[in-house]
Design a protein. Sequence first.
Length: 323
Amino acid sequence: MNASAGTTAAEAPKNQVTWTDDGTAVVIFLDGMDVLTYTYTADDPQEESPRPYFHPVRTRSGDLVSAYRPHDHVWHKGIAWSLPHLGADNFWGGPSYRRGQDYQWLPNNGAMRHRELVKATDDGGTFAFAHTLQWVTQQGSLVVEEERSFQVVPGTDGSYTLIFETAMTNVSGEEIHIGSPTTEGRDNAGYGGLFWRGPRSFAGGTIIGPGGATGEELRGQRAPWLSFVGQHDETCRFSTVVMVDDPGSAHPEPEWFARSEPFACMGPAPFFSKEVLFPADSTLRFRHAVVIADGQSDAARAESLATAAREVLAGTSRARADK
């Protein structure tokens, strides 16, 4: 398969989904373009909290919209489910923030280890993947068992949607408080959850939220979705990333962590400003959509892409319930 082949601007997308799996990572192709790679058995250094991640992530035209191991934060991995404060343990990577002590390198970087492949299939133009994971602390204790799945759904308007879903069960035998650097005392730094790191050229890009609100003042605000528009080096083309919370979620509408400078990043942060109690033997569920779209977006297009993603979330939820 020629991974560099894609549709030309004059061709209408055929929405043909194909994929490969080498036992470590699965690569999804849309109309011959490798748009998404999910590495599910990561072998990163322990201090980077090894965990599955999506990278490279490309638009349907082939423009790269993710970064892997950027030199400023080598533990940032494309799009990844990452929690910096799972009790005393760090499943984000890097140093841990401690109240009154700033960031500290501690022996607390856990790993999310792939356990079993449940599903990898394409059906009706949609790719679906599911697997189970175990969260193991740096000292070797099993604290969380997770069921994770994602779907890739081709869209219109030069886009596709990634649906990400996780169900985490606390098997540590003790209650766990999940928080963030903000709950530990660092102002406006509540990152944690499904986190996207953009390519270097996206620095200085535009953050757009509902109602046309823009800028980094959206960090820490609650919203159903947030978007980022960035420009690529070499081609000078633009791409848009929209992240959407599942409107059917049992959790409150998330606060958001987003930056445009000195680098591009974004993510719904369910533990931004208030710790969440994770009782022993209980299960926490989260579900989000990520739209990857070619082209520049204004507030109206960002809203349209978010609306389409909510429809995909609702449709895939109904399909799951019907099975």
